[in-house]
Write a protein that binds this ligand. Sequence first.
Ligand SMILES: Cc1cc2nc3c(=O)[nH]c(=O)nc-3n(C[C@H](O)[C@H](O)[C@H](O)COP(=O)(O)OP(=O)(O)OC[C@H]3O[C@@H](n4cnc5c(N)ncnc54)[C@H](O)[C@@H]3O)c2cc1C
Length: 369
Amino acid sequence: MVRTHPLVVVGGGVIGLLTARELAMAGHEVRLFEQGTVGHEASWAAGGILSPLHPWRYPDAVTRLAQASMAAYPALCQGLAEATGIDPQWTPSGLMRVGLDEAPEAQQWAARFDWPLESRDLAEVCPGHGIDGAGLWMPAIAHVRSPRLLRALVAAVRALNAVVHEKATVEGFTRDRERLTGLVVNGETVAASRVIVCAGAWSRPLLEPYGLSLPVRPMRGQMLVIQAPPGFLSPMILKGARYLVPRRDGVVLVGSTMESVGFTKETTEAAREDLLKAAHDILPELARYPVTHQWAGLRPSSPEGVPYIGEHPEIRGLFMNVGHFRNGIVLAPASARLGADLALGRDPALDPAAYGLDRPSGTGAAGLC
Ligand SMILES: Cc1cc2nc3c(=O)[nH]c(=O)nc-3n(C[C@H](O)[C@H](O)[C@H](O)COP(=O)(O)OP(=O)(O)OC[C@H]3O[C@@H](n4cnc5c(N)ncnc54)[C@H](O)[C@@H]3O)c2cc1C
């Protein structure tokens, strides 16, 4: 068992919790600081689709993290369910993307990455609903229930003796020249040799005073849920920028908006109407069932959706794993593994160069949906 000074994780979303789990499993003492309640921000709000939407539109750096994570998810969820009694409900339902307009590039991309994708008709993939039309069927895509995943992760991290502090806001860091010595939490200094910042949409204001101006900004996403009966729908369906995610108990999630409105998390009537209209357009039968809930979360947007995973260029011991934008749930296991590899000085599971803090800032968030 390796024992060193406690390692500190900032932020209790899916990235921070999986990072804490990686570090604790490697035998380290771990403390996690969360400004609110763990697992209640973007990660809680997510639809839990375990693939980028339109995955062929993303840079290879995102695909590599996605594929490694997708391979890890079944065992991760089974292990969490056994260890904690909370089942994240990993469900390999497949995802139908309506329309063949991007078929040539999608098929080329799928062949390159050995990603199951074929042209099919909605009537075959989704029988009995009176809908049809050609699309791209990706049968290997699964989903999880994000709130359950997070509850299971918190329980698992605590069972590994990591200490989780809630209502603990990290206000800054202390250093001795180029070496990190600790962090300031609720006005008190806490000693630490290594810190991994996993603060999602809040990462930029936390790191800016230390000379790091990452292009990570909040991007609000709203979703709603329709209470359909158990067994109502099996596959996920994506049409344009809107999608349906069916759960095992029948409820259907409808997502999601993309709104650049700063740190405000209010839901709006306009988004409700827009999402409901999209849901009825995809599957008219849904008009028979009631909307039971609407919510919003703040995605940590980044150029092209590629996260920043690495060490501060001037402060040794200060690491970050931020900017997962629309794909933090699917990218989390491989991202956390890579971040932990770098912080622990292990051979990295993936080449970290594409996630470096000094990479060119890319073409921006536009076009990813
Ligand atoms: C509506 C919606 C739908 C989505 N659907 C999907 C999907 O289907 N699939 C998918 O892969 N992704 C999806 N996402 C994206 C995904 O939710 C995010 O990419 C992911 O949750 C980011 O995880 P995170 O841990 O970085 O951030 P968060 O979950 O936001 O966690 C960051 C945590 O850090 C804490 N924190 C911040 N600053 C401090 C501080 N100074 N001190 C202490 N704590 C701090 C915050 O309170 C927060 O709890 C969706 C997002 C939204 C909003």
